[in-house]
Design a protein around this ligand. Structure first.
Ligand SMILES: [Fe+2]
Length: 359
C-alpha cells in the first residue's frame, strides 16, 4: 500500500482504500477495500481528510506497522470523544464525581500494544480531518507519550499516569468558547489569553475526578510550560516541569505540527522533527527530543518520495540507524513513466541516491 495526499488522487483512476478511515468517535467512516469513486473522493475532500492509504499493485507487500492496533485506537477514540462531547454538552458540575473519566482500560491497551512492539517506530501520518482534530489529537498525544514512557523504561503504574494525563491534556479546551476554539486563522491577543486558560481549566476538571491520578491532572496543567520558562500558566523552567508534562509537550507539538490546521497545511514528519530540534534546548528537554527523534519514523512506510535523480519511489522499510536513508521501492522512472516492474533501493548502501522531496 502507499500513502497518498488526497489532492494527488486522480478521480478517473480506480483506487482502493487500503486502511480504514476513522471518525472522531472511533467509528469507521470508510472501510478498507472501498473503491474510491469520484463521489467518495469529493466527500473526503469536503471532510478535509488530507491523506489516505491506497492499494496499488506496484507497492504490494509494503505495509506500515501499527505500533498501536486500530482496535485499540478506536476504543481510545470512543472513550475520549465521550468525555469531550459530554463536557461540551453538559454543565461541568454534572460530570464531577462520576466514573465517566475512567480511561485507564483504554490507556492500558495502548501500553500493551506499544510494549508488544519493542523497538518499533511511530510510523504514522495524520489522516484525520481538521474538524475532528481535538479527538484524534488527544489519542495521538496519548500514544506518542506512552511510546516515550516505554523508551524511558517506566513502570506500568507510571505509564498509566502518563498515558491518562497525556490523552486528557487538552480537556480544558471544552470550556473555551467555541468561536475561539474553532476560529479559522490565528487568534488575536485577547483570544489567545483566553485560550491559554485551557491548561488550568483542564487541571481543575481532572483533579476532581475519582478515576484520575492527581499527577495526571498536573500534565494538563503543565503541558504548555517550556524548558526556558517561557511557557504558561506558571512559567516553570527546566526540571520544575514534571517529566510527564515535558514528554506530553513534545508529543503535543509534534502532533499539532503534523496535523492540517485551518491556517496551514500539515508539516511532514521529517519537517516537524526538524522544527522540534530547532526549538530543542529553548522549549523542550533536549534529551527527550533526542529520544523522540529515535522513536519517530521520519519517512513513514508507504510515503511517496522524489529521489535526487528524478525517480519516484515509496518508502518500503525504515532504517533505525540512519532514519533519513530508508529502503525505497521505485515506482516511476525519472521521466515520470511508470516502471514496468518495481525494484528496491537501499538508500543506506547506495549513498549517491537520496530523498530530495516528499510528494
Ligand atoms: Fe494544549
Amino acid at each position: 500500500m502507499r500513502l497518498i495526499a488526497l489532492q494527488n488522487l486522480e478521480a478517473h483512476k480506480e483506487h482502493t482504500l487500503a486502511k480504514n478511515i476513522l471518525a472522531e468517535n472511533g467509528q469507521i467512516l470508510l472501510r478498507a477495500g472501498t473503491k474510491l469513486t469520484a463521489k467518495l473522493i469529493l466527500r473526503l475532500q469536503i471532510r478535509r481528510i488530507p491523506y489516505v492509504y491506497i492499494d496499488d499493485p506496484l507497492t504490494e507487500g509494503i505495509n506500515p506497522i501499527d505500533v498501536v492496533s486500530e482496535e485499540t485506537r478506536r476504543k481510545a477514540l470512543e472513550k475520549t470523544s465521550t468525555i469531550i462531547n459530554n463536557l461540551m454538552k453538559k454543565k461541568r458540575d454534572k460530570i464531577i464525581g462520576r466514573d465517566e473519566f475512567n480511561i485507564k482500560k483504554e490507556v492500558e491497551a495502548i501500553i500493551t500494544d506499544v510494549q508488544r512492539h519493542p523497538g518499533s517506530m511511530y510510523n504514522m501520518v495524520n489522516m484525520q480531518s481538521m474538524d475532528d482534530y481535538l479527538f484524534h489529537h488527544s489519542v495521538n498525544v496519548g500514544i506518542i507519550s506512552v511510546i516515550l514512557g516505554v523508551g524511558l523504561k517506566y513502570s506500568k503504574d507510571k505509564l498509566i499516569e502518563l498515558g491518562i494525563g497525556a490523552t486528557l491534556h487538552d480537556v480544558g479546551k471544552t470550556l473555551i468558547p467555541i468561536e475561539i476554539l474553532n476560529k479559522p486563522g490565528i487568534l488575536n491577543e485577547l483570544e489567545y489569553d483566553l485560550m491559554k486558560e485551557h491548561s488550568m481549566l483542564g487541571f481543575e476538571i481532572l483533579k476532581e475526578q475519582p478515576g484520575i491520578p492527581l499527577i495526571s491532572a498536573h500534565v494538563a496543567l503543565q503541558h504548555h510550560e517550556r524548558w526556558n520558562g517561557s511557557g504558561y500558566p506558571r512559567g516553570l523552567a527546566k526540571l520544575e516541569q514534571h517529566e510527564y508534562a515535558r514528554i506530553t509537550a513534545i508529543a503535543d507539538v509534534y502532533d499539532a505540527l503534523t496535523s492540517t490546521r485551518s491556517y496551514r497545511k500539515a508539516y511532514l514528519p521529517h519537517e516537524a522533527v526538524e522544527l522540534l530540534f530547532g526549538a530543542g534546548n529553548h522549549h523542550f528537554d533536549y534529551e527527550l527530543v533526542k529520544m523522540f527523534r529515535d522513536k519517530i519514523a521520519i519517512y513513514p512506510i508507504g510515503m511517496s518520495v522524489l529521489l535526487n535523480d528524478g525517480r519516484i519511489a515509496v518508502v518500503s522499510e525504515e532504517n533505525k540507524i540512519s532514519p533519513q536513508r530508508p529502503k525505497v521501492r521505485v515506482i516511476m522512472n525519472n521521466d515520470k513513466t511508470p516502471v514496468t516492474e518495481s525494484y528496491e533501493i537501499d538508500l543506506y548502501t547506495d549513498p549517491k541516491v537520496m530523498i530530495s522531496e516528499v510528494i
